[in-house]
Design a protein around this ligand. Structure first.
Ligand code: SAM
Length: 217
């Protein structure tokens, strides 16, 4: 897998674009500038990999738009060594960005074939990741509690179980909408055992979260 100066130049341009669109967290921008996004693209479509756009990765799924990856990651307010759960591994790109930020990462994906494609690419970013196959709409209780949970598919409503898997002070970043493909980016911060702060960060568009607490339940 190559990463040559042309790729680096395109990434620098992309990072400038993200900065102009309002991404201010320098650790997020540094991670985006160091992850070769073209490694996560289907071979014949590499030329599209540094556009600020989502792209199909097969199985009716997409690699998220770089702005969305940066925005969701920024909302997590990651500290060094944070323990993070990602729901929806997809191509693995978001996971690689989180790994570059030095987190202890757990990432769950529903579609086994996607997980098998992401695995060899993610290995290049180190060992600090546990990939899980299953229904992430129920979270992953085995490794809870987490400092942060990021959901990269659109949920019909808040899966309450995800709040229970957060540490006190932990954050859940999740797109929620009553309609498929039309959501609000939400952040829930667990203030105490029983109280949660809820914030909304505008409209967004994700493929549906499926599973028990998703659209097919
Ligand atoms: N984070 C991904 C990336 O960087 O490429 C983008 C993910 S894509 C927008 C959403 C992913 O969520 C898809 O791969 C889909 O299969 C997965 N997904 C949907 N429902 C899920 C569930 N209940 N559990 C785990 N993964 C799920």
């Amino acid at each position: 897998m190559q990463d040559n100066p042309v790729h680096v130049g395109k990434r620098n341009k992309l990072v400038n674009e993200l900065r102009n669109k309002g991404i201010v967290d320098l650790s997020v921008l540094a991670a985006i500038s160091s992850v070769p996004r073209h490694w996560f693209f289907p071979k014949d479509f590499e030329q599209f990999s540094y556009r600020d756009a989502a792209f199909p990765i097969g199985f009716e799924q997409t690699i998220s738009q770089p702005f969305t990856v940066a925005f969701q990651t920024q909302l997590l307010e990651i500290q060094p060594n944070s323990k993070i759960l990602e729901i929806g591994t997809g191509s693995g790109y978001q996971a690689a960005v989180l790994m570059k930020m030095g987190v202890e990462l757990y990432s769950i994906e529903y579609i086994k074939d996607l997980l098998n494609l992401a695995l060899p690419v993610l290995k290049k970013f180190g060992d600090n990741i546990k990939l899980i196959h299953g229904d992430g709409s129920q979270g992953v209780s085995k490794y809870a509690p987490y400092d942060g949970i990021i959901v990269t598919a659109g949920a019909p409503a808040l899966p309450e179980i995800l709040i229970s898997q957060l540490k006190i002070g932990g954050k859940l970043v999740i797109p929620i909408g009553e309609k498929e493909n039309e959501q609000q980016m939400m952040r829930f911060t667990r203030i105490s055992e029983s109280s949660v702060k809820k914030e909304s960060f505008g409209e967004c568009k994700f493929v549906p979260l499926i599973g028990k607490n998703g659209w097919n339940s």
